[in-house]
Design a protein around this ligand. Structure first.
Ligand code: NAD
Ligand code: MG
Length: 403
């Protein structure tokens, strides 16, 4: 194992993935120095993390929160410098002093800092799937042009990464896909808490029920996405960009036990899979230590405690978000960014009880229908598609056409 500790930036340090990353880093203090931590507005939580890890920098979204954090740290005689604003997240992600970046901001807000890290050639641990959904082509070009080491954190993509040939490189390259001998990729989905609900039962589900995932403990947005299968749809798009897999070679299998985290099917009929307890510390530890291995702190999988592993096809009638995501991927251009933005607004409205659960898919579908896809090969054009889709989603919500 190398001796020099890596300097780690954690974007979204107060979230579920941020917390799991810090939990793994805590086990290996000789390997990681926490160099910068960011959050949107959880001042108290970020202050506690700064007291524990003493990073050089901390950043929040707003000036007021940053001033409050700075005052708290001064009172505790902690020398962490406090920054604020979206530019500060990008600066920290690209700073020459740091070598490893965990991109774990949720939603579209994570795109610009993750892209800044990719452009700066960092060792980039990518949890923020929305960055690839919105701007996959642009993002993977930045990864290739800057020789960025990109390591997928999403458990399915991490499982696929582990099950692909070791020489599958560079990521996102059609030639790497063509010579790999892979027939198709199978992404597993737990099916979420409403897997067996009828269409009528889905009309009345609550935000509380949607965010209590049966197997994984995650942030609110991704928990709702898991319940609607939009998460799997976003992951299909994510896998397309990461592995240059054509849409028809990306398959989804509902696997309620969440033990097989995904599979690679080879042309000779072999299936290779990664298995483990459903705990994000496993893929995080894999990516932190890569290409070595070290402990994650997760409980090990007890093979004898499991009697069965079930797999079934997804039902896109009851869960249309998955179909919408495949359609957006095939349409291309700005369609995936539109899908993502509409979904963020829809999930937020659902969590605020302004939209029913089936209303999420309806709103996304309406926004996609209202906004023809245009080319989206610059950050500006992607951000414009995102902005326009949010505006359309808000106006459809306010006229209650999709509730
Ligand atoms: P979370 O809601 O628990 O945490 C999100 C973090 O991002 C917080 O630190 C928050 O302060 C920060 N943040 C939110 N909005 C922000 C903004 N506008 N500007 C700056 N910072 C902002 O989310 P999570 O569950 O940890 O998910 C993070 C990302 O990882 C998501 O893209 C999600 O899809 C992906 N992911 C999560 C899991 C999981 O198990 N939680 C698994 C796979 C992938
Ligand atoms: Mg996942």
């Amino acid at each position: 194992m190398s001796c020099k500790p890596r300097r780690l930036v954690i974007l979204g340090a107060t979230g579920s993935i941020g917390g799991s990353t810090l939990a793994v880093a805590r086990l290996h203090p000789e390997r990681y120095q926490i160099w910068a931590l960011t959050a949107r507005r959880q001042v108290e939580k970020l202050a506690a993390l700064c007291r524990e890890f003493r990073p050089c920098y901390a950043a929040l979204a707003d000036a007021e929160d940053a001033a409050e954090l700075a005052a708290k740290l001064r009172a505790s005689q902690i020398k962490t410098e406090v920054l604020y604003g979206a530019d500060a997240f990008c600066q920290l992600a690209a700073a020459s002093e740091a070598d490893t970046v965990m991109a774990a901001i949720v939603g579209a807000a994570g795109l610009a800092p993750a892209l800044a890290a990719a452009r700066a050639g960092k060792r980039l641990l990518l949890a923020n799937k929305e960055a690839l959904v919105m701007a996959g082509g642009l993002f993977m070009r930045a990864v290739r042009d800057n020789k960025t080491t990109l390591l997928p954190i999403d458990s399915e993509h991490n499982a696929i990464f582990q099950s692909l040939p070791r020489d599958f490189a560079p990521l996102g390259d059609a030639k790497a896909w063509a010579r790999s001998g892979v027939r198709q990729l199978w992404l597993t989905a737990s099916g979420g808490p409403f897997l067996r609900f009828s269409a009528r039962e889905l009309e009345n589900v609550t935000p509380e029920a949607a965010i209590s995932h049966p197997n994984w403990s995650m942030g609110a947005k991704i928990s709702v996405d898991s319940a609607s299968l939009m998460n799997k749809g976003l992951e299909v798009i994510e896998a397309h960009w990461l592995f240059a897999a054509p849409p028809d070679c990306l398959r989804v299998a509902v696997h309620p036990q969440s033990i097989v985290h995904s599979l690679v099917e080879y042309q000779d009929g072999s299936f290779l899979a990664q298995l483990g307890a459903p705990d994000m510390r496993v893929p995080i530890a894999h990516a932190l230590a890569y290409p070595e291995r070290f402990s994650s702190g997760a409980r090990t999988l007890d093979l004898f405690a499991r009697t069965r592993l079930d797999f079934m096809p997804p039902d896109t009638e009851r869960f249309p978000c998955l179909r919408l995501a495949y359609d957006a991927l095939k349409t291309g251009g700005s369609a995936p960014a539109t899908l993502n933005a509409a979904n963020e607004i829809a999930v937020d409205a659902f969590l605020r009880r302004r939209l029913s659960f089936p209303g999420i898919a309806h709103l996304v579908e309406e926004v996609l229908a209202a906004m023809p896809a245009v080319s989206a090969d610059t950050l500006e054009s992607v951000e414009e598609a995102d902005r326009a889709a949010r505006e359309t989603a808000h106006s459809l919500l306010s006229c209650s056409a999709v509730l």
